[in-house]
Design a protein around this ligand. Structure first.
Ligand SMILES: NC(=O)c1ccc[n+]([C@@H]2O[C@H](COP(=O)([O-])OP(=O)(O)OC[C@H]3O[C@@H](n4cnc5c(N)ncnc54)[C@H](O)[C@@H]3O)[C@@H](O)[C@H]2O)c1
Length: 259
């Protein structure tokens, strides 16, 4: 028996990076999955690769989580197709929107909120009725150390991630009496495409990479699989009294005062 046997869990942004690692680990732990991603091609490849290993059902949908009507439609289709609504949701899909505050256009501000915050709410709104009906459910929002610390010139990403903690706490208290837990997980730097792209955007990518590694007490950043391990615990029923909280998985980065 896996740690997530009998569970049916939706994961957004599941085609690559942290979401993909979470999908792999959840499948290995026995969960049925509903995988959502904006990139339909990448998602189809991920689903095919996941299905190559033994496991439960995988449903998937290409969707932009910033589109509330599309989110509602894919969850309604899922119920029609599978006969059930997920009892777990990992709001993982997110984008880096990094600017100086006064150089942030209205469209960039709105894009940051539409994907990283409103997308999480749209997905939560889609699964909460089913969770209330079965008196059981777990929502896990992938936040960031940007949810409680600030790196200059990454605006408005930390504003949105702070707000995601607000959404987490608010939903946790609203639904605590109905068997539903809502938590956040805050990774520091994780070796995903997003971080590779961020390094590549620097004048000297190798120096940017070395600087990031040096910030970390362990001299390295996390692997997506290390974040997925923590997500298994948080979405499982192994921590029934954990709700409205945030688990930091950053190798000690956010505690360190000086490199
Ligand atoms: N990588 C890091 O260092 C790091 C650190 C802290 C937090 N995070 C958070 O972890 C989450 C995943 O990050 P990652 O590094 O794995 O990213 P990634 O860019 O590697 O993967 C993100 C996935 O989300 C999908 N996606 C993007 N916009 C979408 C949308 N509008 N609708 C549906 N899917 C969409 C992408 O297609 C992609 O497959 C994000 O919320 C991010 O903020 C990442």
């Amino acid at each position: 028996m896996g740690r997530l046997s009998g569970r049916f869990i939706a994961v957004t942004g599941a085609a690559q990076g942290i979401g993909r690692a979470i999908a792999e680990d959840f499948r290995a732990e026995g969960a049925d999955l509903f995988l959502i991603d904006l990139d339909g091609g990448l998602l189809a490849t991920a689903v095919a690769e996941l299905q190559a290993s033994p496991g439960g059902q995988i449903y998937s949908a290409q969707a932009d989580i910033a589109d509330p009507a599309r989110v509602a439609a894919v969850f309604a289709d899922l119920v029609a197709q599978s006969g059930q609504s997920p009892d777990g949701l990992v709001n993982n899909a997110g984008v880096n929107v990094f600017h100086k505050p006064l150089e942030t256009s209205d469209s960039e501000w709105r894009r940051a909120f539409a994907i990283n915050l409103e997308g999480a709410w749209s997905c939560a709104r889609a699964v909460l009725p089913g969770m209330i009906a079965r008196n059981h459910g777990v929502i896990l929002n992938i936040a960031s150390t940007h949810a409680f610390t600030i790196i200059p010139e990454t605006f408005p990403y930390p504003v949105v991630k702070h707000a995601l903690l607000g959404l987490t706490k608010s939903l946790a208290l609203e639904y605590a009496g109905q068997g539903i837990r809502v938590n956040a997980l805050a990774p520091g730097y994780v070796a995903t495409q997003k971080v590779l792209d961020w390094w590549a955007g620097h004048a000297d990518p190798a120096a940017a990479r070395a600087e990031t590694m040096a910030l970390h007490p362990q001299g390295r950043i996390a692997t997506p699989a290390e974040i997925a391990r923590a997500a298994v615990f948080m979405i499982s029923d192994e921590c029934p009294f954990m709700t409205a909280t945030c688990l930091t998985v950053d190798g000690g980065l956010s505690v360190r005062q000086h490199a």
